[in-house]
Design a protein. Sequence first.
Length: 357
Amino acid sequence: MVSHHTRGEVGRDSLISRLPGERVTTYPRLCLALRSLILDEVSEDVCEDLLGLSQVVSEVRRRLSFHPVDRKAVFERVAGVDAGSQRVPLASRWFAVVTALVYQLPEARRYFPGPESVKLPYSLSGERFQEVVGLRREAKLFETAAGFLANRGGVDLLLVDGPLAFGNWWANKGEDRDRAALVSSINLLLDLCAEEGVAVAGVVKRATARYLIDYLGLREATQLPDAFILLQTMRPGERTGVFSPGEALRRTVRAAPFMDRISHPIHSFYMRSSPNGLAPPIRVDVPEYMLGRVDELAGHCYATAVRDGVPLALVRADEEARVTKRFVEGVYSELIPRLESRLGAPSLAAAVWGELS
């Protein structure tokens, strides 16, 4: 244990005298302790992972087919859609904002509906609040994409920043109405794309699922996620064969309640679209009616990949839809004088201690 004694003075560096806007820095010896922990723990974990990694990699190579991807941008008009959320840490209630935006190439056009708020009492747990925000953010994502197609349209490919394949985690999280709204928005988008002949795919940038490991029957062989195993297995410019995440769930836990509510069967493949050795493969989810266009889709994603293998349309959408904590802090600073001038009571917008700088 690292010990340190601080004299109880009220001076320039004391907590009592510290101004609200003054920058607070982490104690240097604490930083060194954290550094040692991170370096030591990660190194030990990696060594432990390596013990059984080669055998799992060999099994994956034996059981799975890999396909070279022809880097070719075959879709002329492409749109990416992303959603963002951020908590506003009020002391009176849970409060968050949710938004989504479509970015269209090559015109650089944007489409977004009005943002939404999520307000719940503190009698609800923080975990349940985060679940509700997650469900509403995902629903907003698909609703925005469907609204774009219905009101603007004119695209050949729509890329969704996130999954079309959802694990069983989603079946019991949040509130019933929010889960129903998410399922409805996914089905609306997929049905609309099928009717309009628009290619559609969900792209998961930081995949942590184990659908492929489960699909191959290797659940007991490793606890590592698909993307990490495949990073050790695939070369840049390769993709896996297509597999069914829903079938993987049924093989391992005998049910896929959330996936069963989606109107089109979903299939997936992994693709290593970046030469960066630290960038895991992306997962691409497609509805069953897109199976005949997998090669075109993979080629387009590879040809337009930037920033660790993510297609450009999604990078642009992510940049413009993201809600940052710094932005929320700026808005909060405007809220205080507004309440003071209108009601004479800025304390009505009191924040949770330490959440806003």
